[in-house]
Structure formats: structure tokens, C-alpha cells
Design a protein around this ligand. Sequence first.
Ligand code: NI
Length: 252
Amino acid sequence: MKMIFDTHAHYDDKAFDDDREELLEKLFSESVGYIVNQGTNLKLSEYSISLAEGYENMYCAVGIHPENITENSLAELEEIERLAGHQKVVAIGEIGLDYYWDIPKEPQKDIFEKQLLLANKLNMPVNIHDREAHGDVLEYLRKYKPKGILHSFSGSVEMAREIIKLGMYIGVGGVVTFKNARKSVEVVRDIPLERIVLETDCPYLSPVPFRGKRNHSGMIQYVAEKIAEIKNISVEEVLKATCGNARKVYNI
Ligand code: NI
């Protein structure tokens, strides 16, 4: 059964340049049911659409990632809105705030806010990037109440509960398998399976035992195994429920 739903991937990354098509064919023929590739700027959002067009069960999000904000971003949002009308586009993403890198905060907030408004206007879900910006991200989510996923969730149990109360889903990936993942494990234990979706963020964040190697959607199996262990349920149950959750979020 192909029940892996990778809700957050970057197959446009150059790490896949040598074998992208071969790898995607193989994944879809083996264990992967669906993939949603995330857009990180205008050009890569366009590329994500063309990639998604090549595979029946590959979809994409379009958006501008906080690390890619430039002086053109504001103008590019009009193009992003146009791209969002494509039938393979299921969300606005990857959008959010990144306070880990030294990126000016005000332009980040401005572009994030405008993309949240765009998602609500188009009645589409969002895929949120929150790196060391929990307080501000939460404030925007409370204000605009978008539908969607908080990707690679790294906050506390309390924050996870609030995200769920707002109607959103928690994205869980390779990090939960890491040795020092105490906080992620606590979050997974606390929140209901009905609110968890799985993801890679590939080529990054490979689960143990492949930590540091190139990640791909097939490795979600190890994430599902870890969640099954934490929640004391079967791996099949985890894959089936999270696949259903993701289809609901992305309306696929
Ligand atoms: Ni990402």
C-alpha cells in the first residue's frame, strides 16, 4: 500500500539534479502515495508546478520563503496569486518567519502577512516555516486563522495545542527520530494523531539511521515507525491516518 504522504518536499533542490525523475518514478512505484513540493520563490514556484505536472500524484505549493525575500518580492506576489490558480497548486507555501538567520524582520513580516491574506482570499491552506520565531508566528496565526500546516514543528506542547485549537495541523519529520528530540517526542505524544501530517523537508532532515544523508519521501517510513512507537500503535495506523489528514488539508 502506498500510504506515505510527504506534505513538504523540495525536489527542485540541486541535490536531486542527477536523478530527480528516476527517483520520483521509483518512490511513486514503491511506497509513496502523494508529494507536495513547496515553492520558495517565484522562479522555483513555477518550476514546482512544471515538476508536479509530470506526476499524477505530485502537487505543489507556491510562495516566497522568508530566506528568499528581495526588493522584488512584493511585486512578485501578484504572479504568485496567478500561479495559485493552476490545478496542481494546493497551498500557499513555504511562507513564514525565520529569526535564526540574520534577515531583516520587517520585510519578512510584511511578505508573510500578505501571503496569509492571499491564502485566505483564495480559500487555500498554507504551509508555515517558523524558525525561532514562535511568538510572532503564533500572533499572525491567531490574527488571520489560516487553514494548513505548521511545518517541521519545533515549539512546545502548549504551542502545539494552540495551533490545533486554531484548526491547523502539525508537520512531523525526521527530527522526531533524532537522539536529542525530547521536545518533538513530547509534542507527538500529546497531540492527537488526527492533527499530525508527515513530511521530509527533503533533501534535508533525514531521519535516523540516515541522518546527514540526502532525504527523500520514502524515508518517511522511519518517521512513521517512531510515531507508532511513541503512541504505541501500528505503523500502518500512523501512515493511514496521516495520509488521510494530509488529503483533507490539501483537499486532494
Ligand atoms: Ni522547507
